[in-house]
Design a protein around this ligand. Structure first.
Ligand SMILES: N=c1c2ncn([C@@H]3O[C@H](COP(=O)(O)OP(=O)(O)OP(=O)(O)O)[C@@H](O)[C@H]3O)c2ncn1[C@@H]1O[C@H](COP(=O)(O)O)[C@@H](O)[C@H]1O
Length: 109
């Protein structure tokens, strides 16, 4: 579900890059270029931290959505596919499982 939502948004972001559209905020970011996109990622990250420190979950969720969106714009800008991120996460998931098993085995012996 979350995967489909991110994938759907990413498809729109990539479509904006391929075919600029009037009034599109995404196109505005691509026009400005990498430095602007990186600045926005930094800002949204800071705003997420502030919202979380304020214990405001509704605001934190909003800021996480802004951050996800800007990260997807960054990925499109750099030619990174969502499948590359998923593949790394999937590899890590396997490794974490192995590590737990390793600690468990060591404790028992
Ligand atoms: N998910 C988002 C999304 N999240 C955040 N934002 C924009 O990110 C900006 C963040 O707000 P800020 O106040 O930090 O920035 P700002 O002052 O508006 O802009 P800057 O001058 O600082 O760049 C807002 O303008 C939001 O509208 C988004 N803009 C677009 N999308 C989605 O992207 C898709 C394409 O949108 P368009 O490119 O606008 O057609 C649509 O499906 C949208 O839902």
């Amino acid at each position: 579900m979350a995967n489909d939502t991110l994938q759907g948004l990413f498809e729109i972001v990539k479509a904006r890059k391929a075919q600029p559209e009037e009034g599109s905020y995404t196109c505005y970011l691509f026009d400005k270029g990498l430095d602007k996109i990186l600045k926005k990622c930094g800002e949204e990250c800071s705003e997420t931290i502030i919202a979380a420190k304020n214990m405001d979950n509704a605001e934190t969720v909003n800021e996480i959505c802004d951050l996800f969106y800007h990260l997807l714009v960054l990925m499109a800008q750099q030619g990174i596919e969502l499948s590359e991120v998923e593949a790394v996460l999937e590899e890590r998931r396997k490794k974490i499982g192995n590590l737990k098993q390793f600690h468990q085995t060591n404790k028992e012996s």
